[in-house]
Each structure stands twice: as structure tokens, then as C-alpha cells.
Design a protein around this ligand. Structure first.
Ligand SMILES: Cc1cc2nc3c(=O)[nH]c(=O)nc-3n(C[C@H](O)[C@H](O)[C@H](O)COP(=O)(O)OP(=O)(O)OC[C@H]3O[C@@H](n4cnc5c(N)ncnc54)[C@H](O)[C@@H]3O)c2cc1C
Length: 390
């Protein structure tokens, strides 16, 4: 297969993985990023076993694990009563994957690791502060208009996030909806494992307001916790971000009054949308440019990395049918990512007392049954979706 001229738009985690995978396969790769540096706001950290397999193939795994935290277990809690409902252990996947655990490494670390590798490769060019503003294609190539001039490519991979300029330029519809509530992320040094006896990855159900509670390493590797909450539909940004409301939320996850200091706040809009097409001609969409979902379950970025990896192989295979990309990836995203993240959200926010108890009992039964426990983990980690393609 001859080396292609590939331009990747966006140096988020998906774009850097796409660029690195293509460059390692021998293509000439240019990675364009609109900003001067990688965005380090707190977003994804949960990296599932099949994604760790890809990072190992890319030669990043040791550095990736060293910059994060291993989280083999996740737990479901009833938040008001602080009752542990069920615990799932990735060690049950031993034998099916070389990585029977999740690694919590912040997504900007992956992007920066990928950029460092690309900068050391003679067939790769990284251009920061270069925004793509438009594109046009014919049967032979794609021409990109950027803030630094025009660029030609055999193929373009749009990894430019949920508001993708590439997707908009292709006129591809982003089907779906925006949830009425927003998600608030509070980063705090409070040690929840010591105080509550929880693990590094926790889903806390509450009929009034749920919480996802995670530990990440932080840039200093000293460790910190991120608590993600839904806001009330009628709650203004100002109110959600106010010191009083933030401290009250920390109180509702059982942080004592004197320990309610926090390091960082972020408020996000949350969507459920899938691009109507993942490919048009010589241009492909990957990651958030192709689909967005709520972060409960940690699937959005993981699926984007799987797409980037899959597409790099496809573009390198002699005689490959490039329509396979959309044929495989779009249904997988809908079935595994969109459906599961909605189910995950519903599980946490159920308000009917009888239904809540039913859901809790079902989770506990699943955790106690070795066959169902493993089946749940295979699906929740996207391992099932990845193995299905093989
Ligand atoms: C609170 C929160 C928690 C999350 N937790 C998880 C989790 O645990 N696990 C998980 O799998 N997912 C999670 N997600 C989702 C995850 O953050 C996204 O799926 C991920 O950021 C997608 O990466 P990306 O590279 O596709 O896009 P982005 O990270 O958005 O990167 C896009 C890049 O493109 C650049 N760009 C944009 N426009 C242009 C242009 N015109 N020209 C050049 N460059 C451009 C941007 O500057 C940016 O660097 C979470 C999301 C949120 C909000």
C-alpha cells in the first residue's frame, strides 16, 4: 500500500491517536490544532481495557499507566443512605484481555504523549495554532483552508470535537438532542476512599441529584477527586457555580463542613448526537466530531479512540472498502455508546422508590452471578463491541 498524505484536524486525544496510528503505518501525516496548546480542562479519564490494548500497540502503555491510576473495581452506591449496592471487578476479564482493569489518566496527558511521539517522527508534522476554516474535495484529493494557508491531502480525518468545522463543512447533520440539565464537575483534594470506603470509580444514585465520583492522578501525581453532578433544569450557571451551592453539593456526598474546599469547577452542556454520516468522499469523522454522549460510564472518548485506530488500519489496507468505516462504526456507536450511556443515566436518576429498589436489586444480582458479572463488564468496557469486529 503506498504511503498517503493524511491530514488530521484537531489535536485532542482522538486526533493525536489517529495521527500517531497513521504515521506508524508509514503515511505522511500532518496534525492541525486550532489552539496553541492541548486543552487540559477536566474531561475524560476512564480508559477501558480495549483502549489500553490500542495504547499498547502504539507504544504508549507504560507511560500512560505511570501518569494515571489503576482502577480495577467500580461500585454503585445509594447516595442518600451511603449504601453500597454492587461492586464490579475487571479482574473477571483476566484471560480475555491483557489489561483487566481501567486506568484513570486525564485525556490531556494522552494528547500530549501522542504529540511528543509525533514530533519525533520524520513523516509527521504537528502544527499548533492552525485552525481549519473550510475544505473542498474532488475525486483525487481534499484541499483545506486554514489560518496558515492552503493544504492538500489524499485523506482528511476530522477529529475537531463536538462543534466540528469539518462536519459542518461537509453539511452532515448531527442528529439527536441536548439534555436539559448540565453537568457540574467539582475537583477536590478530599480523600473519599479513606472517608467513605469507596473505590476510585463510583456511581452514586439519588432521586434528586446523582454523583459520579472518580479519583485521578493530577499533573503532580498527588491524586485528586472529581465529583460530577447533574444540575437542576431551572438552575442558572451562576447559581450552580456559586460557592454556597458547590459546598452544599459536597455536603450531599458526605464531605464534612470543614473539608469542603475545592480546586476547580467546570460546567458542561451534555448532548446525545450522532453524525448522520461518518464519511463523505475522502473525509472521515472520528471521536466527538462524529458523536457525543453523556459521560456516565466513560465511553465517549474510548469509542473515539477505537474509531481512530480502526480507520488508520482501513486506510492502510490495499483494496479496502472505505465505506466499511461508517458501516461498522456508526451502528456500534449507537448500540454500545448511546444506548448504554442513556441506561447508565436512567439507573442513577430513578425517582420512583419501588423502581429504584428493583434496579438496585438487579445490579446486586448481576454482581453476584459470575456469568452475568462478566457479561456486564464486557459490554460496559466496549470489549464486546471490539471483539465483535474481529
Ligand atoms: C465531564 C466530562 C467527563 C468525561 N469523561 C469521559 C470518560 O471518563 N471517558 C470517556 O471515554 N469519555 C469521557 N468524556 C468525553 C470525552 O471528553 C470526549 O469524548 C473527548 O474529549 C473527545 O475527544 P476528541 O479528540 O474527539 O475531541 P476534543 O477533545 O474536543 O478535541 C478536539 C480538538 O480539535 C481542536 N479543533 C476544534 N476545531 C478545530 C479546527 N477548526 N481546526 C483545528 N483544530 C480544531 C480543538 O481545539 C481540540 O483540541 C467526558 C466528557 C466530559 C464533558
Amino acid at each position: 500500500m503506498p504511503a498517503r498524505e493524511i491530514v488530521v484536524v484537531g489535536a485532542g486525544p482522538v486526533g493525536t491517536v489517529a495521527a500517531l496510528a497513521c504515521a506508524r503505518l508509514g503515511h505522511r501525516v500532518t496534525l492541525l490544532e486550532a489552539e496553541e496548546r492541548v486543552n487540559d480542562s477536566p474531561r475524560a479519564s476512564t480508559t477501558q481495557p480495549p483502549t489500553l490494548e490500542i495504547l499498547a500497540e502504539l507504544g504508549l502503555i507504560d507511560e500512560y499507566i505511570a501518569q494515571g491510576l489503576m482502577a480495577p473495581i467500580f461500585q454503585f452506591w445509594d447516595r442518600p443512605s451511603l449504601r453500597l449496592i454492587a461492586e464490579f471487578d475487571f479482574d473477571r476479564l483476566r484471560g480475555e484481555t491483557a489489561y483487566p482493569f481501567v486506568v484513570q489518566t486525564e485525556q490531556h496527558k494522552l494528547a500530549n504523549m501522542g504529540l511528543a511521539r509525533l514530533r519525533a517522527m520524520s513523516n509527521a508534522t504537528v502544527r499548533m495554532a492552525t485552525r481549519v476554516e473550510g475544505l473542498a474535495q474532488d475525486a483525487r484529493s481534499v484541499t483545506l483552508q486554514t489560518t496558515a494557508g492552503e493544504l492538500r491531502a489524499d485523506y482528511v480525518i476530522g477529529c475537531d470535537g463536538g462543534r466540528s468545522t469539518v462536519r459542518k463543512n461537509l453539511g452532515i447533520e448531527f442528529e439527536g438532542f441536548t439534555w436539559p440539565e448540565r453537568f457540574l464537575v467539582i475537583t477536590t483534594p478530599f480523600d473519599f476512599a479513606a472517608a467513605l470506603g469507596c473505590c476510585y470509580r463510583n456511581y452514586m444514585a439519588d432521586p434528586h441529584e446523582w454523583t459520579n465520583l472518580f479519583k485521578v492522578a493530577g499533573d503532580d501525581l498527588k491524586g485528586r477527586w472529581r465529583a460530577v453532578f447533574n444540575t437542576r433544569e431551572d438552575e442558572s450557571d451562576e447559581e450552580a457555580l456559586s460557592d454556597v451551592a458547590v459546598r452544599a453539593r459536597l455536603g450531599r456526598i458526605h464531605v464534612p463542613m470543614e473539608s469542603r474546599d475545592y480546586l476547580h469547577l467546570n460546567l458542561y452542556n451534555v448532548h446525545k448526537r450522532v453524525a448522520k454520516q461518518f464519511r463523505r468522499g475522502r473525509v472521515f469523522l472520528c471521536g466527538d466530531a462524529a458523536h457525543v454522549n453523556n459521560p456516565i460510564g466513560g465511553l465517549g472518548l474510548n469509542s473515539g479512540i477505537h474509531e481512530a485506530w480502526d480507520l488508520a488500519q482501513l486506510l492502510s489496507r490495499e483494496g479496502a472498502d472505505l465505506d466499511d468505516y461508517e458501516r461498522r462504526r456508526r451502528p456500534l456507536n449507537i448500540e454500545y455508546v448511546q444506548e448504554q450511556t442513556i441506561a447508565n443515566k436512567r439507573r442513577l436518576e430513578e425517582t420512583d422508590p419501588a423502581l429504584r429498589e428493583q434496579r438496585f436489586a438487579e445490579l446486586a444480582r448481576m454482581a453476584d452471578d459470575p456469568v452475568r458479572h462478566k457479561a456486564f463488564l464486557r459490554r460496559a468496557s466496549l470489549l464486546e463491541s471490539v471483539r465483535r469486529l474481529k
